[in-house]
Structures are given as C-alpha cells and as structure tokens.
Ligand binder design. Structure first.
Ligand code: ADP
Ligand code: MG
Length: 618
C-alpha cells in the first residue's frame, strides 16, 4: 500500500482512515465512506484498484467529474478511461476492448451506463471492485437525488463476490442509512472521518446592502489577485449582475446558472478549470463537477438554504489543504425570501427547520466551526481560532433603549410594516411607504437618527434572533411583537446587543485597482496569501506556476492536474536540485518525476544560482 501511494501519487503517508478503508476493500468487504469534500476519498478506491487484479468500475454522476479523474490518473501514469455518451462510438468500442483485455486499472461510468452493461461488458471483463462516488445521489433525503442512481441496487446481487465501496461527503444519518439500504450493501464497514476543514476560514457579514456587499467582495478579491474563487448567489439575476459588476472592475468573471445553454455552462466550467476565468458567479447548479484543488475563496452572496448545502459549497475551496477563505453575507431580505421558499415547498417542516439551523450558524456568537461540527454530530471542545467570532469576539452592551425604540416603532405602525420601513421610521426617512402611510406623524419618527441605517439593520436582525419580534411571512413580511418583545417595551426587560462590527479599513495607500484586464485573460492560480511567503520564494513560486501552465497547456490538461498548488509550495520549500530529489517531494510520483523532473529542476536551479550570485555581490 505504502509503495503504491508513493510510486503513483507521490505521497508518503495516508490521511486518517484511508489505510483502514483500503485494507477493508482489499479484504473484499463492502464499505461506506463518509469524508468531507477534499478529504481524499478518491485514493480509497484508486489504491485498491491498483493492487487488485482486474479493473475497478467507478460510478460517477457527471461527465466533467469523470474527465477530471481520468486526466488525473493519466497525469500519474495510471491507465484509466471513461465510458459515456460524450465519446463517439469508435472511442467506446476501443475502451470496451481494452476492458476485456484487462488493460485498464479504472473505468469510470455513468450510473445508467453501468446498469445497462451489467449483463454484457461487466461479465466479459474482470471487475476488481465497484466504487459508487457521490453516493448520496441515491437518496431522496439527500440534497442531490438522481433517479439514475436508484437502479444501482442491482450491483450487489449481480456481482456477489466483488466489493462495493460507496463514498459521499453528505453526513447526515438519514442519507447514510438510505445509501446502505438502496445499494443493498452487505454488512458494510462504515468509516466516518472528521468533517473539520481547518484550512477554511469562516466569516459571516450581517446586514449588508448591495453596495456594501460589492465593496466587500472587491476587497476580498483584491487580497486574492492571482487566485480563483466562486461566488454563490440565490438567483440567476444576481449571478449576472455580480459578474457584470466584477467585469466592470476589470476582473475576469462569468455567470453560471441552470438557465444558460449547456454549451455556455460547459465553456464557463472549462475556462474556470483551466484558469482562464478568475471568478464564477453561480447558483448552486455550479460545483459538483468541480474537483479543482486550488479554489482559494468561496463567497455566499446570500444565505444558503441549509447547512449541508453550505458546507458542500465552501468545501470546494482549499481542497489542496492550503488556507482558503469563505465569507457568507446574510440579510433580512434573504431570510424573508428563503422562509417563503421553505413554506411553499413540499417538505415544509424539514426545510423550515434546516433554514433555522442555517440561521443559527449565521447568528452565532460562539465559534462558528463548533456549530458546523456539532451539526454533523462531531462535537468540538475547543474554539477554532479561524472564524470571525474567534478572531474578533462580539462585544456586548445594554441595548434596552435601542430595542425599545425599534419595538415602539413597530407597535406604532400597528404592526403593519416590514423591516425596511421600520428602519426608515427610526432614521426619519420620508420613503414612499412612510409618506403613503403618514408614518412621518408618528412619535417615534426619527428617534433613531443618530444610528446609521446599516447598524439598525444589524440590531433588528439581532432582535429577531433574540425572539423580540417575528416576521409574518404570510402577511407582507410585517414585523409582529412577541411576548418577549412586549416585556422589553412595557416592563423594561433588559436586552443585550452585540456591537456592530465594521469592516476592517482598507490598508492605507493600497487603492482598489483593476485586477487584470479583461482583454488579456492571464491565468490566476497562486495559492499563497500575500505576506505568507518571503518575496524571493514567491518569485520561485511564480516561475514554477508559469512552467506548470506551459506544461499543462501543451498536454491540454488543467494546471492543477499537472501539479496542485500544494505540490508547487512543497517544491518551493524543498528546492530540489536533481531529478532524484524532485521525486522525493510530496505529491510527485514516479510518472511525474520522469515527465516533469528535468523542466522543474532547471527552473529551480536557475533560481538558486541567481540567489547565490546576488549573495556574492553583497
Ligand atoms: P474528495 O473526493 O474526498 O473530495 P479528493 O479525493 O479529490 O477528495 O482529494 C482531495 C485532495 O487531497 C487531492 O488533491 C488529493 O491529491 C489530496 N490527497 C488525498 N490523499 C492524500 C494523502 N494521503 N496525502 C496527501 N494528499 C492527499
Ligand atoms: Mg471526490
């Protein structure tokens, strides 16, 4: 096992559980693997595929995922192919023949193709194991049910002697049970790894309006000038307006949503994978087909529907294990919209509950990672130090008077106004609604003029979370006092509020400038946050990155398939001066050593020699 790991993948140790899982598969057992996105599930079937006689058949829901995997295998010198509807018939015939002759170690197939081939190709070839990737697609409980997966139950009976290994990043118990049942796994060994992804920073920004969001997003991207990222939006319209906004600032961005023609979606995904687009603004339709390892930031423009979805989406950042940033924007308008969706959905109670848990995360004033891990049944007993709450703990003050002002305004509208109008009343703004309803005559009109609107929005959200009022979703989203709210307003019950956090001021002297010209799509891809690497080493990193891009383009591979950012960083640290030493670096297997060693060593040597020369001049 260790030899295969080193020889083909260039890694010297397994991650937690990988070795145990591989041993179980080699022993012929059925296995269920639950690991977070980026946890390293693929190795769990790739290593046994290389060790067992025959060909491993891997079921994957998307052609783009198969392509990514086959390219990754090719880049490590492992014979693999994908059988799917995108190939022409000659190609498929060639692949079948190779399977029958036992020339492939891995064969990727779509679920419907697999089921169709059970009595034919699968019987003519020697199958070493079946791997069902993204196995949650088989469950109606999951968030991504695919009817084609439902027939995979036939596998277990048709091939009694061949181990079936199911893998997913969706951890909840119902989905897990469903996978086991639907796939008819026989007494499977179940492996649940930690769902923690400590390299992902967590940050929530509450109550921002469009302009503030745009400014914040531009400043995040400015910190990631050479890096790729994804911005998830609730609506198609938003994906387009955010992409337009970014392009207006010279950032190479594109929108992605289910309403686009298939070719356009494919082009965007492909450009993103090949570092020709820096930022994709997408609905949740984007992402499952993305195994790109160097996504450095994921931004949620709106509150997601559930923690499961949220965790999958941020999980697409930092698969290579290097630091990556996640930011969630959260506004009252999102909450109103999502509550409406949940109420109108077929599974009203479940969806409302899921939204409530998501909201708890967004409103939390304890370590956010604890909330996430707890949700996945993995209680953490220490704070993470890598979320906004840990880095900048909320400060509290006696907000009773502020709360009373807001509650009084709500009462005086006869509870017939929404949050926006209540804010206008507090601030003394003559908005259309205020004029129409004569709210300008209220005693509370303008009593909160000294507090910025942005802060009022924040306080109102805190008050909502504290249960002082409710939103009547079925009645124009008007705000209604609760008993707790009445106690505050009439009996002077004390209210604690958190001081509104202001965005950190931009570093002086560094204006937001156009990031890169849209006309010259230079590829992003650097993983290293500025200031983390000494400048000289950053120079080397850049040189290696260019070399990687050149080698990738020559072979038609995405750059991260040739080598991940993590491996480039390892190279920068180790500075191997010989091909032999190059082969020792983590992430370089034998195949990559032979193929790329000379080119990389040459660049590194030049860099080291230039450094020595400079030293000599001093
Ligand atoms: P998942 O399918 O669980 O989302 P992948 O299988 O795509 O994750 O692996 C994520 C990343 O982790 C890949 O870049 C892979 O090369 C890396 N990786 C997996 N196992 C190891 C290991 N034992 N040592 C170092 N890197 C690993
Ligand atoms: Mg995977």
């Amino acid at each position: 096992m260790q030899n295969i790991l080193k020889r083909y993948f260039g890694f010297s140790s397994f991650r937690p559980l990988q070795a145990e899982i591989i041993r179980a598969v080699l022993a012929g057992k059925d296995v269920l693997v639950l690991m977070p996105t980026g946890g390293g599930k693929s190795l769990c079937y790739q290593v046994p595929a290389l060790m067992r006689e025959g060909t491993a058949v891997v079921v994957s829901p998307l052609i783009s995922l198969m392509k990514d995997q086959v390219e990754g295998m090719a880049a490590n010198g492992i014979p693999a192919a994908a059988l799917n509807s995108m190939n022409d018939e000659a190609e498929n015939l060639r692949i079948r023949a190779a399977c029958v002759r036992g020339e492939l170690k891995l064969l990727y197939v779509s679920p419907e193709r697999l089921v169709a081939e059970l009595p034919y190709l699968m019987r003519d070839m020697k199958v070493s194991l079946f791997a069902v990737d993204e196995a949650h697609c088989i469950s109606q409980w999951g968030h991504d049910f695919r009817p084609e997966y439902a027939q995979l139950g036939a596998l277990r009976q048709t091939f009694p002697g061949v181990p079936v290994i199911a893998l997913t990043a969706t951890a909840d118990r119902l989905t897990r049970e469903d996978i086991r049942k639907q796939l008819k796994l026989s007494d499977p060994a179940v492996f649940v790894s930690s769902f923690d992804r400590p390299n992902l920073s967590l940050d929530v920004r509450r109550g921002y309006q469009k302009k503030e969001k745009d400014r914040a997003i531009l400043s995040i991207i400015a910190r990631h000038r050479d890096d790729c990222g994804i911005i998830y939006c609730m609506s198609k319209k938003n994906t387009e307006s955010v992409a337009d906004m970014l392009m207006g600032h010279g950032i190479v961005a594109a929108a992605y949503h289910a309403g686009l023609p298939a070719e356009e979606r494919e082009r965007v995904q492909d450009d993103f994978i090949h570092d020709r687009i820096q930022v994709v603004c997408a609905t949740v339709a984007f992402g499952m087909g993305i195994d790109k390892s160097d996504v450095r930031f994921v931004i949620h423009y709106n509150l997601p529907k559930s923690i499961e979805g949220f965790y999958q989406e941020i999980g697409r950042a930092g698969r290579d294990g290097l630091p990556a940033e996640t930011v969630l924007f959260y506004s009252m308008a999102d909450l109103v919209q999502l509550s409406k969706f949940a109420q109108e959905s077929g599974q009203r109670e479940i969806n409302t509950e899921k939204l409530r848990r998501m909201q708890e995360y967004a409103e939390s004033d304890v370590c956010r990672r604890r909330i996430l891990l707890n949700y996945f049944g993995e209680p953490a007993d220490t704070d993470c130090g890598n979320c906004d709450v840990c880095k900048n703990p909320p400060k509290r003050f006696d907000g009773t008077v502020l709360a009373q002002k807001a509650l009084s305004a709500i009462v005086r509208t006869r509870q017939q106004a929404g949050a926006g109008t209540v804010t206008d009343i507090l601030r003394g703004n003559f908005s259309a609604e205020v004029v129409k309803c004569h709210y300008g005559d209220l005693k509370t009109f303008g009593v909160g003029r000294d507090v910025p609107a942005r802060d009022w929005r924040d306080y109102l959200m805190q008050m909502l979370q504290n249960g002082l009022f409710e939103i009547a979703y079925d009645e124009g989203n008007h705000l209604k006092l609760t008993d707790a709210g009445r106690q505050v307003l009439y009996d002077g019950r004390r209210v604690e509020l958190a001081v509104v956090r202001k965005e950190e001021p931009r570093p002086a002297g560094r204006r937001l400038r156009p990031l890169r010209s849209a006309a010259v799509p230079v590829g992003p891809g650097s993983a290293v946050p500025e200031g983390e690497m000494p400048p000289r080493r950053k120079e080397l990193f850049e040189a290696l990155r260019l070399l990687r891009k050149r080698l990738a383009d020559a072979q038609g591979f995405p750059p991260y398939i040739v080598m991940s950012d993590k491996v480039l960083q390892n190279l920068c640290e180790a500075c191997p001066m010989t091909v032999e030493a190059f082969g020792e670096v983590s992430g370089i297997g034998e195949f990559k050593k032979e193929r790329y060693g000379k080119d990389f060593v040459e660049v590194i040597r030049r860099y080291v020699e230039a450094g020595t020369a400079r030293q000599g001049e001093k």
